[in-house]
Design a protein around this ligand. Structure first.
Ligand code: FAD
Length: 545
């Protein structure tokens, strides 16, 4: 049953409850403001009354989102979980990406801020926000309550090669600056062997305050505005629940924060008449929005959808007779009973391991012929062509030059129109250099065999054989599309959508706080960096008059 919007206004309306939205909503509410957090999807974890679970979790307060061993289920059945309007994988449930992801959790090295971000957002500015994030969500590299890491054969064999090649083993979030020739155990935002992170910290403190309100199953269709002044948000209820109508901000002082993710935020802005004219014309000519869209003389011409980025993923695969595959996919419907018992009784055993048994995580840097250093993260997992194979994904991160673009279709879905992968020759050179290096390192592991590339294959030919396309390179780490910067995108040569306070250019009270404002991709999986950006944005927004 949909509910009509009550006659009440809010100091802040935050659209989207992901890595960016939950922390910023919490900090704004902590400052004493009334805050409404909108989420288009249903509840996810058991803590928030989620219901999606396998038979063996019936009668517990856990859902598929809570148990680390079930995190693979998103690749088996994403119905009602994944966004239907993004063209790429993203979580459309309470928590967004931090409800559905692999929970990998990295303190960003200074380089991630200093290479990518504008003034006011450099590593010296981000030190406090990062400390706040890790104070609340420290993460762990031993999720199981008995302190045991299970099925570590892959980690151990690969480490032999790394050690022989001079790599140093580190505790990644302690030695977080050491991101070259280092490796460590996967580190997760897991606690008590359950998914933790923003849903179990920031959202809990926010929800405990009387002036905080959360509406799930409630989608922001567009912001309602007169010129640059936003007065409210028009809502569509979903899944036969949620709220319908237009909810307003406090007259004169209220603000709206869009935190709907790299794809979702771009869509909300397009539907609100903010973007390049070609995209706004698509919305204007659409059956859904055409008749009700804000008139053309009010459009704000900004480069929404540009500067899109993601880690370029390149998979290599090796095999070793010691490696043991564990069937996390089967754990949903036909789990091993002793593993279920260990998990439910003690939070120990294989199901405390994030599927599909990730690690080691390895960091290197390469500098191709343009002289610009690229950070690389290598992410190993026990999954591949056979039961003894291991896939190791190379993520090309901080320092990449290639960028892509997203746009909106006549049915109002976003889609990646230009994939941000290897559009620049030196990015490709960096990928090849990195793989060449890792092939040498892994050749130092006794009894290791190569699946891809084959031992004889030339590295450049191997990299060329994998299309620079979404289907083969996508890492689900989308950033960009509403870039932060000082060059107002309404001006010739301007590339930024939001200013240094995360306020959308040309508006008085509209902000964007999520992965979409990142000017470039991070070294590692980005969720901790996004939470840190939300902390910093809250500081800056609260400091505004
Ligand atoms: C399968 C997968 C695995 C990943 N693994 C990792 C990992 O291990 N570690 C890591 O650091 N990162 C990982 N990531 C990436 C990480 O989760 C994302 O980068 C991060 O969640 C993005 O944060 P965000 O706030 O920008 O958007 P999101 O977290 O995507 O949040 C956006 C939220 O807004 C909601 N929304 C969208 N439109 C509207 C609207 N119009 N109205 C109301 N609500 C709306 C969405 O439903 C969603 O809840 C993974 C991502 C995926 C998809």
């Amino acid at each position: 049953q949909c509910t009509a919007v009550p006659d009440k206004t809010y100091d802040y309306i935050v659209i989207g409850s992901g890595a960016g939205g939950i922390p910023v909503a919490d900090r704004l509410s902590e400052a004493g403001h009334s805050v409404l957090l909108l989420e288009k999807g249903p509840p996810s974890s058991g803590r928030w009354n989620g219901t999606m679970k396998p038979a063996w979790l019936q009668g517990t307060n856990l859902t598929r989102f809570d148990v680390p061993g079930l995190f693979n289920q998103i690749w088996r059945d994403s119905n009602g979980v994944a966004c239907e309007d993004t063209g790429v994988m993203a979580g459309c449930v309470l928590g967004g990406g931090v409800a559905v992801n692999s929970a990998l959790w990295w303190k960003p090295p200074s380089r991630d801020w200093d290479v990518n971000f504008p003034e006011g957002w450099k590593s010296t500015d981000m030190k406090g926000p990062v400390e706040k994030v890790f104070g609340r969500i420290p993460g762990t590299d031993t999720p199981s309550q008995d302190g045991i890491r299970y099925n570590q054969q892959g980690f151990e064999r690969i480490s032999e090669g790394l050690n022989a090649a001079g790599f140093k083993q580190v505790t990644p979030n302690v030695q977080s600056e050491e991101k070259n020739m280092t490796y460590g155990h996967s580190t997760f935002f897991i606690q008590h062997a359950e998914r933790h992170g923003p849903l179990r910290t920031y959202l809990e403190t926010a929800a405990a305050r009387p002036k905080f309100t959360l509406w799930t199953n409630t989608m922001a269709r567009r912001v309602v505005r007169t010129g640059g002044r936003i007065t409210g948000v028009q809502l569509d209820c979903r899944n036969g629940a949620g709220h319908n109508g237009t909810v307003n901000v406090t007259p004169g002082t209220g603000r709206v924060i869009v935190s709907a993710g790299t794809m979702g935020t771009a869509k909300v802005l397009f539907r609100s008449g903010i973007g390049r004219t070609d995209q706004l014309n698509v919305v204007k000519n659409s059956a859904l929005d055409g008749a009700t869209m804000i008139s053309q003389d009010q459009w704000i011409n900004l480069p929404v959808g540009y500067n899109l980025n993601d880690h370029v993923g390149t998979d290599i695969q090796v095999a070793h007779p010691d490696i043991r595959f564990y069937d996390f996919y089967a754990a949903y419907d036909t789990p091993i009973q002793s593993d279920v018992d260990a998990y439910l009784a003690n939070r120990t055993g294989m199901l405390t391991t994030v599927a599909p048994n990730l690690g080691p995580i390895i960091w290197t840097q390469v500098t191709p012929s343009d002289g610009i250093t690229r950070s690389i993260q290598w992410q190993a997992r026990i999954e591949g062509r056979t039961n003894t194979s291991m896939t190791i994904t190379q993520y090309l991160g901080t320092g990449t030059i290639s960028r892509g673009r997203l746009d909106i279709t006549p049915t109002l879905n976003t889609r990646v129109i230009t994939a941000p992968y290897l559009r620049n020759a030196t990015d490709k050179e960096a990928v090849v250099q990195g793989i060449e290096h890792m092939r040498g390192v892994l050749n130092g592991v006794a009894n290791l065999t190569w699946v891809t590339p084959t031992k004889e294959q030339n590295t450049t030919a191997f990299v060329d054989s994998i299309p620079a396309a979404l289907s083969s390179r996508n890492s689900n780490h989308w950033v960009g599309s509403c870039t932060i910067g000082t060059k107002d995108g309404r001006e010739p040569g301007g590339n930024a959508v939001v200013d240094l306070n995360t306020k959308v250019y040309g508006t008085e009270n509209l902000f964007v706080v999520d992965a979409s404002i990142f000017p470039g991709i991070t070294t590692g999986n980005p969720s901790a960096a996004i939470v840190a950006v939300a902390e910093r944005a809250a500081e800056r927004i609260l400091a505004l008059k």
